[in-house]
Write a protein that binds this ligand. Structure first.
Ligand code: PGA
Length: 251
């Protein structure tokens, strides 16, 4: 049985005070949960989040990183820097980064390799646009992202990866993929991983769904065969709502 992994993606929201308060309130609520709980916070909150999550079962992640170890890249943050302060997870290739900051499968691939070589656990985001879904190209698009993004990774690295299927048309729009669509794509991704890396790796990899997940749709999503959790944007900014999503995992 794969563990459920529930991750919040705060995007460019939350100041340190709000971060500290959030973790203080969430900690007692989730202390006995079996699911893996991750908060991917802005860089400026990382230190506060790590200090306050110490000794709890809340893990902390960043939302991006550069693929080089160090150097003349003004404004960037390296994997080594994240690791040095105790960050465990990092989101790679979120559609907002692909859309607004020109990330490509090639840069995503480099970032994944660097994340692994620095012992960070990446959450790789993939997903199709509305136009691609409307013409029925979603499987082809997502399979190609998976193949290109993972090129050159070892079986062991892929087994430790989290893939978040996030259809772009469902992010922040209030429109969620149906549970069936989400599970179908999770199955498609898993079978692509089986083709590329073997069934053993495919059985282990965590595949999340992301895109307007809320407590009103999470329970059904988590009952499917292949969706192993969620990457949650808007609904992860409020403790109650985020907790209700965690609570909807059947234990
Ligand atoms: P959303 O964002 O839950 O606000 O749709 C999800 C994401 O972008 O990771």
């Amino acid at each position: 049985m794969r563990k459920k992994v529930i991750a919040g993606n705060w995007k460019m929201n939350m100041l340190p005070d709000a971060t500290i308060k959030f973790i203080e309130e969430l900690t007692p609520l989730v202390k006995d949960k079996d699911s893996e709980i991750i908060l991917c916070v802005p860089y400026t909150d990382l230190f506060y989040a790590l200090m306050n999550a110490q000794g709890t079962n809340i893990k902390i992640g960043a939302q991006n990183m550069h693929w080089e170890q160090s150097g003349a890249y003004t404004g960037e943050v390296s994997a080594q820097m994240l690791k040095s302060i105790g960050v465990e997870y990092v989101i790679i290739g979120h559609s907002e980064r692909r859309q607004y900051f020109n990330e490509t499968d090639e840069t995503v691939n480099k970032k994944l390799k660097t994340a692994f070589s620095n012992e960070l656990k990446p959450i790789l985001c993939v997903g199709e646009t509305l136009e691609q879904r409307e013409v029925g190209r979603q499987d082809e698009v997502v399979k190609s992202q998976v193949k290109l993004d993972l090129e050159g990774l070892t079986d062991d690295q892929v087994s430790n990866l989290i893939i978040a299927y996030e259809p772009i048309w469902a992010i922040g729009t209030g429109k969620t993929a149906t549970t069936e669509d989400a599970n179908n794509m999770a199955e498609t991704i898993r079978s692509e991983i089986a083709d590329l890396y073997g069934k053993n790796v495919a059985d282990k990899i965590i595949i999340q769904y992301g895109g307007s997940v809320k407590s009103s749709n999470s329970k059904e999503l988590f009952e499917t065969s292949d969706v192993d959790g969620a990457l949650i944007g808007g609904a992860s900014l409020k403790v109650d709502e985020f907790y209700n999503i965690i609570e909807s995992v059947k234990e």
